[in-house]
Design a protein around this ligand. Sequence first.
Ligand SMILES: Nc1nc2c(ncn2[C@@H]2O[C@H](COP(=O)(O)OP(=O)(O)OP(=O)(O)O)[C@@H](O)[C@H]2O)c(=O)[nH]1
Length: 292
Amino acid sequence: MTHKAGFVSIIGKPNAGKSTLMNQLVGEKMAIITPKAQTTRHRILGIVNDENYQIVFSDTPGIIKPNYKLQENMMHFVDDALVDADILVFVTDINERQDEEDVLEKLKKTSAKVLVVINKIDESQNELIEEKINYWKEKLNPEGIVGCSALHAYNVEPVMSFIIENLPVHPPYYEKDELTDRSERFFVSEMIREKIFKFYKKEIPYSTEVIITSFKDSKDIIKISAEIVVERDSQKNIIIGAGGVMLKKVGTYARQDMEEFLHKKVFLEMFVKVIPDWRNRENYLKSFGYSE
Ligand SMILES: Nc1nc2c(ncn2[C@@H]2O[C@H](COP(=O)(O)OP(=O)(O)OP(=O)(O)O)[C@@H](O)[C@H]2O)c(=O)[nH]1
C-alpha cells in the first residue's frame, strides 16, 4: 500500500479549543490546556504514526492583533504553520461572537485543504449547529466541515478520517517512533507555565516565562531547576505569595505532572527572576525561543 504523510496545522481564535482537539487527535497531553486565552505560545509538533501514514500536527497560538513584540512573534509561528501545511484544521467555537475576519484572510490565501471544525457543540442546540455549518459553507467553501466537542471527545473521529483521507502520498518525514520534536525540558517548562495560568489572575500569566536551567537525570530521581521570569518586582511577590505559599502550590502540582510524564521521581526547585519588559526585548525573545 502507498504511504501517506503530511503536515496538519490547527488554527483559530484564542480559546477555541485547538489544544484540546490536538490532544484528542494525538492521544497524548502534548499542548497545555487552560481556560485562559493565549496559553499556546509556540508551534508544537505532535506526530501520529501508523503503518500506512504519518500525521505531523502543529498546534498554533490563537490568532490575534499583536499588542507587544511577543505576540507579534507568536503570529509569525502561525504564518509558518500555514505555509507548511497540507491540511488546515480551522477550529471555531460555536458560540464565538468576535469577528473571525483575520483568520479568514489567512485561510483564503492557503492552498492547503481546509477542514472547518465547529467546536463546543456540547454547549449548543442542534439548530445552531446546522446554522453554523451553512454559514461556514457559504463563507469559506471548505473541503470539509465537522461539528464536535473536543472536550468530551464527541465526534472527533470524522476529523481524523478527513485528515487521513486528504493526506498526500509521501514517505514519512520523521522516524516512525518519534512523537514530537519537543524535548522533555520543553514539556516540563510547559507544565509549570500551565500551573501559573491556572493559579494566577490578570496579567501575571502573560508576563511570565519559564526557563529550565538544569535537568539532571540520575538513577532514581530527576533534579530539575527552573526560573520563573516576570517583568516587575510586584509580580515576583505575587508569584511567590505570602510565605511562599503560592509558589509552593505551583511546584507541588507541576511536580506531580512531571512525575507522571517522566515516570520517575522528580525534585523540582524554582526561582523567580525579574527581567523588566522582557516581552518587548528582542534579545530575550530570542533566547526564550520566540524568534530566530
Ligand atoms: N464546553 C467545551 N469546552 C471546551 C471544548 N473544547 C475545549 N474547551 C475548553 O475551552 C478552553 C480553551 O481550550 P484550549 O484547547 O486551551 O484552547 P486553544 O484554542 O488552544 O487556546 P489558545 O491556546 O489560547 O489559542 C478550555 O477551558 C477547554 O477546556 C468543548 O468541546 N466543549
